[in-house]
Unconditional design. Structure first.
Length: 268
């Protein structure tokens, strides 16, 4: 009699918070010298999406990528640089750029002290990008053997970028974000509000970067009414696959030249 096959065990993400200090300390010796920091935000997302949308996306994508790559995921950073959303709509909890820079830099210092030399900053909120780039600059100047990457989820690849901007160039709480939440975090979606949440992109041809209170009537830019859960599942698969590919590539990467940050050039 043949025994029935056991179902394959699904890969689990490697959560930093679940690991002991001994387990974390052993990872670099095992060839795992990289970590992922998911960075989200807490901000208004129109009348139909919860304020934790960006954080939910960052956390879920990074967990899925960790399960595929076994690169550990640091605890989610749920606050971001959301100053542009103004005080018009309640719910936004924003950090200044300086605070976000300092916070990520100090996290990076401690990651490096634990023996890790590759840090992937996975950002799910557009205006976190500049402060995170500044944190990158500080960290790589402090630690010559630490490589840092800022990866923005909405521009992971050409196909992902096209999906996010399909209904608005200056998108927010739009069809793509609504579809993603319908697929992976439906508890954040107020379905009865979706149909009437559409608001046009008013930023075409503008010279200045205006805050959202001057570009949107309800906190939305785009057409969430077009969103479906099926679209969200497909987009999420793309994002996980494309981020996992970047992480795998980054784990193999070496600096093009061996020169140290403080190593003086010689003159002839």
């Amino acid at each position: 009699m043949t025994m029935p096959r056991r179902p394959k065990t699904a890969l689990r993400n490697r959560s930093w918070s679940d690991l002991t200090w001994e387990e974390i300390g052993q990872l670099p010796a095992q060839g795992v010298d990289a970590v992922i920091l998911p960075v989200g935000a807490t901000e208004q997302h129109g009348p139909h999406l919860g304020t934790g949308m960006d954080s939910a996306l960052a956390e879920r994508i990074c967990a899925a990528v960790s399960a595929q790559t076994q690169v550990p995921v640091l605890p989610l950073l749920p606050y971001g640089c959301s100053l542009g959303h103004s005080h018009r709509w309640p719910g936004t909890l924003a950090l200044s750029p300086q605070t976000l820079i300092a916070l990520v830099t100090e996290i990076g210092d401690w990651v490096h002290a634990s023996g890790f030399h590759r840090l992937f900053l996975v950002n799910a909120h557009v205006t976190n990008a500049a402060p995170l780039r500044c944190a990158l600059e500080v960290l790589r100047s402090r630690h010559d053997d630490l490589m840092v990457a800022v990866i923005n989820t909405a521009t992971l690849s050409p196909r992902v970028a096209r999906a996010f901007s399909a209904d608005a160039a200056d998108w927010h709480a739009n069809a793509a974000e609504t579809a993603l939440m319908l697929a992976v975090a439906p508890e954040l979606v107020r379905r009865r509000k979706i149909r009437t949440a559409d608001d046009p992109d008013r930023t075409g041809g503008l010279v200045f970067a205006h805050p959202v209170n001057r570009t949107s009537a309800n906190g939305v830019t785009g057409r969430p009414s077009l969103a479906t859960a099926a679209q969200g599942r497909r987009l999420f698969r793309w994002m996980v696959a494309d981020l996992a590919a970047l992480v795998r590539c980054g784990r193999r990467e070496r600096p093009p030249l061996p020169a140290g940050y403080n190593q003086r050039a010689t003159f002839t």
